[in-house]
Design a protein around this ligand. Structure first.
Ligand SMILES: Cc1cc2nc3c(=O)[nH]c(=O)nc-3n(C[C@H](O)[C@H](O)[C@H](O)COP(=O)(O)OP(=O)(O)OC[C@H]3O[C@@H](n4cnc5c(N)ncnc54)[C@H](O)[C@@H]3O)c2cc1C
Length: 302
């Protein structure tokens, strides 16, 4: 029982103080966001014997801020706070974030933090996949410096990321996208408490003629150790005016980029089949948000 030996619960008043504590206490301490996944990590043997929790609630990282460069989301912002933030409720480009936040149950939405979600390094979580489709990055605060890390370079393996033991994730930054951009997210789950069997996030940028100038497709949830960018799907659409046939083709080629696992929750074959459909539907949903005409087809297709 990883937490039976916990004797101290510390609430540093700043990120600097938290980093100093991490440096001093080493592996004996674990950082706490909402605390909703510590049991999950302990059950998987990821956490060692811990005697101190360092809770970040008072470190000043609870914020959602629109900046010139994009949307800055503080590490201890809860899912509910993020969902209620005006840009997330209204912007087309953040549609994938809005979609992803609808899946976790309310108890989790009220407690789980954006930083804890990203730092858990679990390919089955939803928000990181949405953030990756938006080319999100994280800010890490360490004993000597801060650094920005693109999410595409952040994850290494199941439960492993590039942060040092003495670094904290303080912020997620979603860069401002060109006008004509929209995103969308879809998840396959067995019930409302379930992690993804498969999830897909996309973003599309159309120019004034309706041509696809930029596209991202990211697939997570059992398709590898980390969420996967499906470049083959993107290549089908880039420079083209989207049509139902092209969306179908884009979905179909996802099998070139993903290597789904075969487990008790779903077979690799099933995950591949669903990925093809979900890539197409997520693209349809993003394009519908942009008001794009798809020869009579729309994103509400079942
Ligand atoms: C019943 C249930 C249903 C769920 N359903 C969904 C779902 O539908 N979709 C989904 O995506 N997820 C779901 N989840 C998972 C949920 O997303 C995670 O539990 C949550 O994101 C973890 O965030 P937290 O703030 O509670 O992290 P914590 O549990 O506090 O921490 C998790 C890990 O991150 C580290 N950490 C936390 N904050 C930081 C930081 N700022 N810097 C560095 N490291 C940090 C901790 O040390 C720990 O290792 C569900 C979980 C449960 C229990």
């Amino acid at each position: 029982m990883a937490f039976a030996g916990v004797k101290e619960f510390l609430q540093p008043g700043s990120g600097r103080e938290a980093v100093d504590l991490l440096a001093k206490l080493g592996d004996r301490a674990v950082v706490l966001g909402g605390g909703t996944f510590l049991h999950g990590l302990a059950a998987r043997g990821v956490l060692g014997e811990v005697d101190t929790f360092i809770d970040l609630q008072k470190a000043g990282f609870s914020l959602v801020k629109s900046e010139r460069s994009g949307l800055a989301i503080g590490a201890t912002t809860t899912f509910t706070e993020l969902a209620e933030a005006e840009p997330v409720r209204t912007s087309l480009e953040l549609g994938a974030v809005r979609d992803a936040l609808q899946y976790p149950p309310p108890q989790i939405r009220n407690m789980a933090t954006v930083g804890g979600c990203v730092a858990s390094a679990t390919p089955l979580f939803d928000l990181p996949v949405a953030f990756m489709a938006l080319d999100g990055s994280v800010k890490a605060l360490g004993p000597r410096a801060t650094r920005d890390i693109g999410l595409h370079k952040f994850y290494l393996d199941y439960f492993e990321h590039v942060l040092e033991r003495t670094e904290l994730l303080t912020e997620v930054l979603l860069p401002k996208l060109p006008s004509g951009s929209a995103s969308a997210f879809l998840k396959l789950e067995t019930n409302a408490n379930d992690l993804a069997l498969l999830n897909v996030a996309v973003r599309v940028t159309l120019d004034e003629s309706g041509t696809c100038r930029e596209v991202r497709v990211v697939v997570g949830g059992g398709v590898g150790k980390v969420p996967v960018r499906a470049v083959s799907c993107e290549d089908v659409l880039k420079g083209q005016r989207p049509t139902p046939a092209l969306l179908q083709e884009s979905g179909d080629v996802v099998s070139l980029d993903i290597h789904p696992v075969d487990d008790h929750r779903a077979s690799a074959k099933y995950r591949t089949a669903v990925a093809k459909v979900y890539v197409r539907r997520a693209l349809q949903r993003a394009l519908t948000r942009l008001g794009a005409s798809l020869d009579g087809h729309n994103g509400q297709e079942s």
